[in-house]
Design a protein around this ligand. Structure first.
Ligand code: ZN
Length: 320
């Protein structure tokens, strides 16, 4: 039995990528997201950690990447989030088709199993991205890059999991994490949590015979779900641990605090607190304009900057 309060939906999704410039150009100049934080991987300070989000950098819109310019490409497969789907308002697909065409990004348009209008494309590292028109998105828009609120990405729509054990993954979502199954055609099972709707959907895709994924550029490293605060995360930690899963202590990530655990199908999950958020150490208008280091790495700034590759942000800031 899940404790109250419930999880609030997707907090962020983190992937590996190659060239940081190509990554920034795609997520900002094609998808119209805002570069809301430039920091480094706290567990590997020679690597950037880039955050993209809506104009306010809200949880539920945060896609983050670890760029490894010389890294090999990964292979998507079992044990990973396979597709990252964004939500756009009803009627916005015409705009997005035109924008993708103008920017030379190949895509296909179709209806998915749940009869939603989907544009399918890949990011520069080959990761599967979808733009989905959703009638079930109660979020306000915080558009960026000159996009209108009537077309801009609202945040995530869903994430599709390629579980190695779909049945166990489904039971873990419902019985341990408190998700609700809302659709099941034998191949796709959709779940929602909290208030439900876009931004809370998780799809489990059952494709027998697939291979396990291999981590590398173009693959998702983990998906995080939102909690209100540390106490709620701690309560969930105990529930997950009581369910027999290894779970980390709460880890300080500056912009949120996190616990990590692997679900039964092999996908790495995280719970991340909404507070303090992206404005923890930069004012809203300056998000993503400076290389932010955690206090414990500030004294190594020169050394860290000397190994980070260069890229230019959409607002013209040259990093590092
Ligand atoms: Zn994370």
């Amino acid at each position: 039995m899940a404790p109250q309060p419930e999880l609030l939906g997707i907090h962020h999704i983190t992937a590996m990528c190659g060239d940081p410039q190509a990554n920034v150009d795609f997520y900002c100049r094609v998808l119209g997201l805002r570069l809301v934080k430039v920091t480094i991987n706290y567990d590997d300070p020679g690597t950037y950690h880039l955050y993209y989000g809506d104009g306010l950098g809200r949880p539920g819109s945060l896609f983050t990447t670890f760029p490894w310019p010389s890294s090999y490409r990964g292979t998507p497969g079992l044990g990973q989030v396979e597709t990252v789907a964004y939500s756009v308002p009803r009627g916005a697909q015409g705009f997005w088709k035109e924008r993708l065409t103008t920017k030379g990004i190949p895509f296909s348009a179709n209806l998915n199993a749940l009869n939603e209008s989907v544009l399918s494309l890949t990011d520069p590292d080959g990761m599967s991205v979808e733009i989905i028109e959703s009638a079930y998105d109660g979020r306000s828009a915080a558009a960026w890059d000159g996009l209108g609120d009537d077309v801009a990405i609202r945040g995530f729509h869903s994430a599709a999991l390629a579980s190695a054990r779909p049945n166990e993954s489904a039971i873990f979502l419902t019985d341990t994490l408190g998700f609700r199954e809302i659709y099941n055609d034998g191949e796709t099972i959709r779940f929602e949590v909290g208030e439900g709707g876009a931004g809370t959907f998780i799809d489990i895709i059952d494709r027998p015979g697939r291979d396990f994924g291999r981590m590398g550029g173009g693959t998702v490293h983990h998906i995080a779900f939102r909690t209100e605060n540390d106490q709620v995360s701690e309560n969930w930690r105990q529930v997950i641990s009581a369910n027999g899963r290894q779970v980390t202590p709460i880890v300080e990530r500056n912009y949120f605090r996190s616990v990590y655990f692997r679900e039964p199908g092999g996908v790495l999950y995280e719970l991340a607190t909404d507070p303090p958020g992206m404005t923890y150490n930069e004012p809203l208008e300056e998000l993503g304009t400076s290389l932010m280091l955690p206090p414990w790495l500030e004294e190594r700034r020169e050394e860290i900057e000397s190994v980070l590759p260069t890229f230019t942000s959409p607002t013209g800031v040259r990093f590092p």
